[in-house]
Design a protein around this ligand. Structure first.
Ligand SMILES: Nc1ncnc2c1ncn2[C@@H]1O[C@H](COP(=O)(O)OP(=O)(O)OP(=O)(O)O)[C@@H](O)[C@H]1O
Length: 249
């Protein structure tokens, strides 16, 4: 699904951000991406969604070297990847509903299905009262939830989320993580860049950790802890309602 081979990355004249980084991610896996601010998490994700190219080495996505994906192929390639951007990138002139509906409209989904499923997903992320709101009239956390709904509605093969819970409280953060988990259960490969250690600890997924321009892989937090995780981990799961299935196609 994702393969980095001896990847070096730096921006013009800047410090080395990735140094000889190699790793593979299996289809259907779920990873947190951690590291200090400025460690290069967003840059790593940018390479995966074809917004940047490595200085040297090879990045392969879905079995293709990204350097060989032509300009013409890029849109269909990107449609397989849902991205939650750190700065949301919502279209300011579109309502919450229309922002989330956009990937489905581009994919040619029937309007009746869009009208049924987009409000359902927006309700699940706690925005049922804001379907017609323009992004600028909403809080940062509400805009972030629109961005998440837009990234998952098309049920992408790969979901890349850059600090997707940075603007919401813990209760909503856990709820959003369950949305990602549900997508993962349906086969989506998920990578979530986050600073939120308590969130990482609550979910049983391995991490990619970025430090000193290198990646290390870490086992799920529960395997690293002695004794095993407390009951709160399980009860968080039990309390979370199932999100609606995305992708009404
Ligand atoms: N477009 C760019 N041009 C030049 N330098 C950049 C660019 N984007 C990021 N950088 C630099 O690359 C380094 C890594 O940035 P990046 O945003 O990938 O880190 P991050 O781990 O995602 O940080 P944060 O957790 O604060 O979002 C930083 O030193 C940053 O200043």
């Amino acid at each position: 699904m994702v393969r980095f081979e001896n990847v070096f990355m730096r921006y013009d004249g800047g410090p080395v951000i990735l140094r000889d980084v190699s790793f593979d991610l299996e289809p259907g896996s779920f990873h947190f991406l951690t590291g200090a601010s400025g460690a290069g998490k967003s840059t790593l994700l940018r390479l995966m969604y074809l917004a940047a190219r490595p200085v040297s080495g090879q990045v392969s996505m879905f079995g293709r070297d990204i350097a060989k994906v032509t300009r013409k192929e890029r849109p269909s390639f990107r449609r397989r990847i849902g991205v939650v951007f750190q700065d949301f990138r919502l279209l300011p002139h579109l309502s919450a509903l229309d922002n989330v509906a956009l990937p489905l409209r581009i994919a040619g989904t029937r309007e009746a299905l869009i009208r049924e499923h987009v409000p359902e997903l927006l309700a699940w992320v706690g925005l049922s009262g804001h379907l017609d709101a323009l992004p600028a009239t909403l809080s940062g956390g509400q805009q972030q939830r629109i961005a998440i709904a837009r990234a998952v509605i098309g049920r992408p093969s790969l979901l890349l989320a850059d600090e997707p819970t940075g603007n919401v409280d813990d209760r909503i953060a856990v709820r959003l993580l369950y949305l990602f988990e549900e997508l993962h259960k349906m086969g989506t490969t998920v990578i979530i860049a986050t600073h939120n250690e308590s969130l990482v600890d609550r979910f049983d997924h391995p991490r990619l950790h970025l430090e000193d321009a290198r990646i290390t892989r870490r086992a799920p937090s529960s395997l690293l802890r002695r004794p095993p995780p407390r009951a709160t981990t399980a009860s968080a799961g039990a309390a979370a309602p199932r999100p609606p299935a995305a992708d009404p196609r």
